[in-house]
Design a protein around this ligand. Structure first.
Ligand code: ADP
Ligand code: MG
Length: 672
């Protein structure tokens, strides 16, 4: 008997080692494999030769203009030639040593050739002949080091060959399938991996997107109902005078916007209602200190406050800031990488109430963590946490108030739809004395000029980030690029400049040591993959160079750029890119024109709204496997409406119509 819960090891070619690798991709069961969808397809459609690069391999289609001729030269060597017309372009096609293809080529026929493009000669060297109808779509999956494209393709094929797909159960109620004319689950899953044509793929995609967004909304709505049930939140009787004193003792004056946010938060905390507030502020606007003051207020009321962040680097950084701000308090750090003994000590101190504040990663919501009068939970860059994690954290201590910080300027409507019903505080002002970051876009050819300029800046004592390019398909390549870049810069600047490398595969202590050295000014240039993206604060760093910047979306570029301009010195961002697409060029231009996160978010929305089908993953909002919260906003809205309706009936779980939802809702959302 086969079951969807079967481990991936039942599939041919999967041993213990590869199973462990696959697990890193979230592939544990065969069902996971079936539902691991490609993020794009190659030769998705025949391409226009006008947009092909020299030497690029692509599927080129056209109408056959001249009959094929075969020229023989030497023993068994021959060349078949014909011409193909695409739009106004006449393309010379040649195939080596495949004379028999001539039978398949007729003048006037619509034909496609998979081959290598020669731009100068307007010619293609064919590798494969494809009749237009049987247009192949090759799925491309996200992979990691040690798991190849081919191995994923094989794995998926094997799962289908063994008939696992027949076990997939429908998880959307029939009434909804009919109302929205959605294809069935089995059919959709198959078509996601092996679409016959674009139309079939689009239908499948629409259904899978709906499924994703619908379940997301169902969970969100359930959470909302649960919140209402526990509506009697705690009233945190903080001591206003002590908080005011703390504010007065800060090394700087709060901006008006920060003050306003602090007061909104304090008002919520004091009221008996349950606080569920989003603190939104552009990068560098000073959200941390606002959150820290809220935590301090909880402390003055004799309650614990916890801050949960997505990475260990950030946890360490916030731990340090809080320790500096509140030297008299007992603050605990709790991360996954901790050794057993200190961890035990921290846990005991948290439980006994000896600890006033706790900062950490996902470790904060694990079993064995018991809080002592937890009054407030702050999450930083909260979009990285799923609904499920937020719920877990909440359940840890009565019903603490929740403050979520985010640097992503989420348009209000989107915020409401994707985060349920939250109040929003906005810090729309940067601290006094900040100079807008000067941003320049240069081509790769100009990199030597950038290096010369960097040299001058380094002489003036600047510290520099250089972000290495992002290769979506492979972490291993990302790393290789980062290493090469570090070597290049080390060789270029010689001993007088110290260059360090930071990447995602390093151990946490290693990462931490490197960031500390940079903070302390021992390192001049920090070459980094995008691990640096979120929240890192080194005010003395004033230059950010982003290689292949066009590979990043606007929000991510904005986040990256936000690592500089955090002090009073003039800061610079240099985008090095030779974008191939119009959207890439537009992104570079927009970045040089504005540093305002809200303007960028709007531009981002506009650009994405017009639909890059296989765009990079949207950063800053909840992430889905296939859905894109911005492009698919209409589906999301609709899904929210239905979910709300369903959940509003307190007996919904007993009704036959909704039974198919229960098993999938019960499945835990995967931790990121
Ligand atoms: P973000 O909003 O991006 O999280 P941070 O909270 O990290 O920003 O703050 C960025 C920097 O600005 C920090 O070094 C912080 O100490 C400093 N800062 C925050 N508020 C002010 C202020 N009102 N005046 C001057 N500097 C401030
Ligand atoms: Mg921050």
């Amino acid at each position: 008997m086969i079951s969807l819960e079967d481990r991936v090891r039942v599939l041919p070619g999967v041993g213990e080692k590869s199973a462990a690798k696959l697990q890193q991709l979230g592939l544990v069961t065969v069902e996971d494999v079936l539902c691991y969808y490609p993020f794009r397809y190659d030769d998705f459609a025949a391409r226009s030769v006008l947009e092909l690069e020299e030497g690029e391999k692509a599927l080129i289609s056209g109408i056959v203009m001249t009959p094929p001729t075969v020229q023989y030269y030497g023993f068994k060597r021959n060349k078949l030639r014909f011409s193909l017309k695409q739009g106004e372009v006449v393309i010379a096609v040649s195939f080596f040593n495949q004379p028999y293809l001539a039978d398949r080529i007729e003048v006037g026929q619509d034909l496609a050739v998979w081959g290598k493009w020669d731009k100068a000669k307007v010619a293609v060297t064919g590798m494969k002949l494809v009749a237009q109808r049987e247009d192949e779509l090759q799925p491309i999956y996200h992979v990691i080091q040690g798991v190849s494209q081919t191995s994923i393709v094989k794995l998926v094929k094997a799962a289908f060959d063994k008939g696992y797909d027949h076990l997939l159960k429908e998880n959307i109620p029939t009434s909804l399938l009919e109302r929205y004319r959605l294809v069935e689950r089995k059919q959709a899953v198959r078509a996601m991996h092996f679409p016959k044509d674009i139309a079939e793929y689009k239908q499948a995609l629409r259904r899978i997107k709906f499924e994703e967004l619908f379940y997301f909304q169902l969970r969100l709505q359930q959470l909302k109902v649960a919140n209402k049930v526990m509506a009697d939140g705690v009233s945190i009787a903080y001591k206003p005078l002590e908080v005011e004193e703390k504010i007065a003792s800060l090394p700087f004056n709060l901006t008006e916007a920060q003050e306003k946010a602090v007061h909104e938060i304090l008002r919520d905390m004091q009221s008996t209602g349950h606080m569920n507030r989003l603190l939104q502020g552009d990068v560098g606007s000073g959200k941390t200190v606002v959150a820290a003051l809220a935590m301090y207020a909880a402390y003055t009321a004799g309650m614990q406050a916890a801050m949960m962040v997505p990475t260990e680097i950030l946890a360490e950084q916030h731990f340090e800031s809080l320790t500096q701000l509140f030297p008299d308090l007992s603050i605990a750090l709790l991360t996954g990488g901790m050794r057993a003994a200190p961890r035990r000590a921290a846990l005991a101190a948290i439980e006994s109430g000896e600890v006033d504040m706790i900062v950490g990663t996902h470790a904060l919501i694990q079993d064995g963590v018991h809080y002592h009068h937890l009054g407030l939970v702050v999450t930083d860059e909260q979009h990285r946490f799923g609904v499920h994690q937020r719920r877990l954290l909440r359940e840890k201590g009565g019903n603490p108030d929740v403050l979520m910080m985010t640097a992503t300027p989420i348009p209000r409507t989107l915020a409401i739809t994707s985060f349920g019903d939250m109040d929003v505080s906005i810090i729309n002002q940067l601290p006094a004395g900040r100079k807008p970051i000067v941003t320049r876009w240069v081509k790769h050819e100009q990199f030597p000029v950038v290096l010369d300029w960097l040299e001058k800046e380094l002489l003036k004592g600047a510290q520099v980030y250089v972000i290495s390019p992002l290769i979506e398909e492979s972490e291993a390549l990302d790393l290789k690029n980062a290493i090469a870049l570090e070597e290049e810069l080390t060789a270029h600047f010689k001993e007088k400049t110290s260059v360090a490398l930071l990447h995602g595969q390093m151990k946490n202590d290693e990462k931490e040591a490197i960031i500390q050295a940079f903070k302390a000014g021992h390192t001049d240039i920090l070459v980094s993959t995008t691990v640096i993206e979120v929240g890192v604060n080194v005010p003395n760093a004033t230059v950010m160079v982003i290689m292949d910047a066009d590979r990043f979306g606007l929000s991510q570029l904005h986040q990256l750029r936000g690592r500089v301009g955090r002090g009073e010195k003039q800061s610079y961002a240099i985008l090095v890119a030779n974008p191939k697409t119009d959207s890439g060029k537009d992104r570079m231009r927009i970045m040089t024109e504005t540093t305002d996160g809200f303007v960028l978010a709007e531009e981002d929305l506009k650009m994405r709204g017009s639909g890059e089908i296989f765009g990079t993953r949207q950063s800053g909002l909840p992430e889905f496997q296939v859905a894109n919260i911005i492009e698919d906003y209409a589906i999301l809205e609709e899904a929210r409406r239905i979910a709300e309706q369903i959940v509003s009936d307190s007996d919904w779980e007993t009704q036959p119509e909704w039974q198919v939802l229960l098993p999938y809702l019960a499945k835990e959302e995967r931790l990121d």
